[in-house]
Design a protein around this ligand. Structure first.
Ligand SMILES: CC(C)(COP(=O)(O)OP(=O)(O)OC[C@H]1O[C@@H](n2cnc3c(N)ncnc32)[C@H](O)[C@@H]1OP(=O)(O)O)[C@@H](O)C(=O)NCCC(=O)NCCS
Length: 440
């Protein structure tokens, strides 16, 4: 059975029925019903009414997603859902250049007329049960507010930084790169860049695979028409002519000097360090540009070490970005690789019950972890560490985006044995800073 055909979660549906509401899937082949759902989704985020090509693209490219909503038959326009949610399976990169299957949850909106009645809770808990029923070890999402999803067991697993670089002050101090930058069209990147993106993502824990709609939005050829007009693209090829990265950027006039325009890096992805350096060198060297801004970058960009003056690179905002919800302790923890061997006991509490339990994570010399379920009181004499933590904290720690030592200092987890957080961090650290490079 396709994931779109999985029946609506009966527990959540019953909760809505008790309030006189209907939680249902949308038949996305029914154009009228699907369009009403898409408009409700846009309205829920205070977006513009969707029309024209943008509507056709959304209809064509997101119909495959599992699309659900809540209807109030007593509303003035009962055909428009008063709440929306969509979901689909994707793959998320974890340390060790591996990918783990996960359930993406998106388009969570509840109309202002129906706020604070438990509708979002019913939809999200229903999505988690739907994911668990498919044996998916994780659910993932990006959040409009940081205060919404911890209560359902999600933890903020990656952060994103907004950077501004004053290009002339920054100067370039990086090494020479073997390869060259080509200016190409957006359509060129849209056609052939996905393969580069997928190779880059495999080395970037926290990144997720994109569907056609998200890929088109990333390049700027679908969605906001201004992007299609303004975005430019460059590709970096290595010395053998193999494409190893690309960047999408736009340059806007500023109010002041002609030479002080602002370039915005919409996306920069690189498989190799040469591609990374070569693309940044190109962007910081643009004529008529005084500053470059980049909205969603990893929190420890090597860029700081490539410029002559790192104080010319400013992080304007650092925010939580990817939220991870562990649904299956064994499958989630065995999917990634670890940086140090050891035996770590985890006592995980999960109010919704999916990942509740006490387990032993045994990591061998190759970094492969094996999970064994433990009785709650059994002693593990050769364990190097034992931690008590909530499932939300484990989600935050999962790909190494924060250290257990930091969470221990904040009182968010407990070292059952002294020094456990340090042993945990040695195993869980990620060689590259976890980063989700886009929104979904
Ligand atoms: C956020 C939103 C989906 C919440 O919907 P809702 O049906 O009112 O939420 P619920 O009534 O199910 O509330 C569930 C819990 O979330 C809390 N909550 C709801 N909205 C919140 C908000 N904006 N900030 C913090 N907490 C919020 C509630 O207090 C409740 O907490 P509790 O169960 O611990 O008591 C809704 O306000 C909305 O559509 N907002 C605009 C779009 C948006 O931001 N969507 C989220 C996309 S990631």
């Amino acid at each position: 059975m396709s994931f779109t055909e999985i029946r609506i979660d009966p527990q959540s549906a019953e909760r809505m029925t008790k309030q006189g509401l209907r939680l249902q899937r949308v038949d996305t082949a029914d154009r009228v019903a699907f369009e009403a759902w898409l408009q409700a989704d846009a309205r829920g985020f205070h977006g513009e009414r969707i029309a024209g090509t943008q509507l056709e693209e959304l209809v064509g490219q997101t119909a495959y997603r599992r699309t659900s909503g809540v209807w109030d038959d007593t509303a003035a326009e009962p055909e428009t859902p008063i709440a929306t949610v969509s979901s689909w399976p994707l793959a998320m990169t974890v340390p060790g250049d591996k990918q783990v299957p996960a359930w993406a949850i998106s388009s969570v909106t509840v109309a202002p007329t129906h706020h604070r009645r438990g509708i979002a809770r019913a939809m999200i808990e229903g999505e988690l049960r739907t994911a668990a029923a498919q044996n998916l070890p994780l659910a993932v999402l990006t959040a409009s507010e940081a205060t919404l999803y911890g209560r359902y067991g999600f933890g903020p697993a990656t952060q994103g930084a907004e950077l501004t670089i004053q290009t002339r002050r920054a100067g370039w101090a990086g090494r020479e790169t073997a390869g060259r930058v080509h200016l190409v069209s957006l359509q060129h990147i849209h056609r052939s860049g996905r393969e580069i993106l997928e190779r880059a993502q495999l080395g970037s824990p926290g990144d997720v695979t994109l569907d056609e709609q998200l890929w088109g939005e990333l390049v700027g050829v679908v969605g906001d028409e201004d992007n299609a007009k303004q975005n430019r693209a460059v590709r970096f090829d290595d010395a053998d002519g193999v494409p190893q990265g690309f960047a999408i950027y736009s340059v806007k006039h500023s109010e002041g000097e002609n030479t002080e325009r602002v370039a915005t890096v919409e996306y920069l992805c690189s498989v190799t360090d040469d591609a990374y350096a070569g693309l940044w060198q190109y962007l910081l060297g643009l004529d008529l540009v005084g500053s470059v801004s980049a909205r969603l970058r990893p929190v420890d960009e090597p860029l700081l070490w490539l410029v002559a003056n790192p104080r010319a690179v400013r992080a304007a905002a650092v925010n939580d970005h990817l939220w991870v919800r562990i649904l299956d302790l064994k499958d989630a923890l065995e999917a990634r690789r670890y940086s140090a061997p050891g035996r770590i006991v985890l006592r995980v509490s999960d109010p919704l019950g999916f990942a509740d339990g006490r387990v032993l994570l045994a990591v061998d010399d190759a970094g492969v972890g094996t999970i064994t379920a433990l009785e709650s009181d059994i002693g593990v004499p050769d364990a190097t560490a034992e931690l008590t933590l909530g499932v939300s904290e484990l989600g935050a720690l999962y790909v190494g985006g924060v250290s257990a030592a930091t969470l221990a200092r904040a009182g968010r987890l407990t070292d059952v044995q002294p020094g456990s957080a340090i042993a945990f961090d040695a195993a869980f650290r990620s060689p590259t800073t976890p980063w989700l490079s886009t929104w979904f």
